[in-house]
Structures are given as structure tokens and as C-alpha cells.
Ligand binder design. Structure first.
Ligand code: PNS
Length: 159
């Protein structure tokens, strides 16, 4: 029984994240999506809001659960008995950072492997940061995030 972690900031979740998580859910018995709290970043959505949004947009996947964690990802992996960390790759530019994180995590905890799922090219340009930037100017991001996230972004950007 393979347990996979899909970690991220998810501030907010996008269709790119959902694509990767849906595909991970086909390959692993169980997938734990984990909102990782980064104390050095000021998020648009707090930890509880991000968990709620993810529960809403991933409710159709019975083998996916949503949690949050502050601290090292490998500690969470040990706690959950996870074998694999799954990350999405959008472009070559993602590889350098993702490879470094994968190797660091492996050096901290050699029983966990990182595997990559290539993002559907349809979502290759989508990032939470760009979605927030466009939303902050009142731009339309409804093609990039689910309706519930779009509504949360509108509420947030209108202050
Ligand atoms: O969505 P992101 O911001 O690309 O996700 C990055 C994340 C949250 C997966 C990464 O920053 C992380 O794992 N943070 C937890 C702290 C940790 O374990 N740091 C060492 C990783 S090499």
C-alpha cells in the first residue's frame, strides 16, 4: 500500500494543482494533500481557509485526504508513513528547485522518494502567485481556478 504526499502552499489551489493531485490519486492507494505553513511567507489565505478550499475542490476523490503541517515535510512523511512525495513539474525552470528539494528531503529521510508528475500543458503557465497578481488587479482568473477559489479570490482582492 503506497501512501503519497502532495505538499504545497496552495495559496490558493489552482486547476494545475488539481490536475496533478487527480493523477496522483490514480496511481497511489492513498494521497495526503498537505498544506505546508511557511512562516516566512504572508499568505493570502490562512491555513484553515486553504484546507477548506482544498476539501471543496478535491471532494470527488475518495482516496485523498487534506491536512496541514508546520515544520519539516519529512517529519510529516514519517508521521503518515508516506513512501512518496509527489510534485508537479510545469517547466524546465521548476526542475532546479524541485531537484534540490527532493535531494534534501532524501538526505533527511532516505525512506521517502520524490516522484514528479508533468503538469498538463494546459496549466503549464499557471501558478498561485500569478493567479493572485492577476486577481489583485481585478483580472479574470475563472479559467485557472475552480469557482469556489475564484469567489474566495474576489472576496480577498476586494478586501
Ligand atoms: O507550493 P510550494 O511553495 O512550491 O511548496 C513548497 C513546499 C511547501 C513543498 C516546501 O517549501 C516544503 O516542503 N516546506 C516544508 C519545510 C521543509 O521541509 N523544508 C525543506 C525542504 S527541502
Amino acid at each position: 500500500m503506497a501512501i503519497a504526499l502532495c505538499p504545497g502552499s496552495f495559496d490558493p489551489p489552482t486547476y494545475g494543482h488539481i490536475d496533478v493531485i487527480e493523477r496522483a490519486a490514480k496511481h497511489f492507494t492513498s494521497v495526503v494533500v498537505v498544506v505546508v505553513v511557511n512562516p516566512s511567507k504572508v499568505p493570502w489565505f490562512d491555513e484553515a481557509e486553504r484546507v477548506t478550499l482544498l476539501k471543496e475542490v478535491l471532494g470527488h476523490l475518495p482516496n485523498v485526504e487534506i491536512e496541514s503541517h508546520s515544520g519539516l515535510l519529512v517529519e510529516f512523511a514519517k508521521q503518515k508513513g508516506a513512501d512518496v512525495i509527489v510534485k508537479g513539474l510545469r517547466a524546465i525552470s521548476d526542475i532546479e528547485y524541485e531537484l534540490q528539494m527532493a535531494q534534501m528531503n532524501s538526505s533527511l529521510y532516505e525512506d521517502v522518494d520524490t516522484m514528479f508528475i508533468t503538469t498538463n500543458p494546459r496549466w503549464g503557465f499557471v501558478s498561485s502567485s500569478l493567479v493572485k497578481e492577476v486577481a489583485s488587479y481585478g483580472g479574470n482568473v475563472s479559467a485557472l481556478v475552480p469557482p469556489t477559489v475564484d469567489q474566495a479570490l474576489s472576496r480577498r482582492s476586494k478586501g
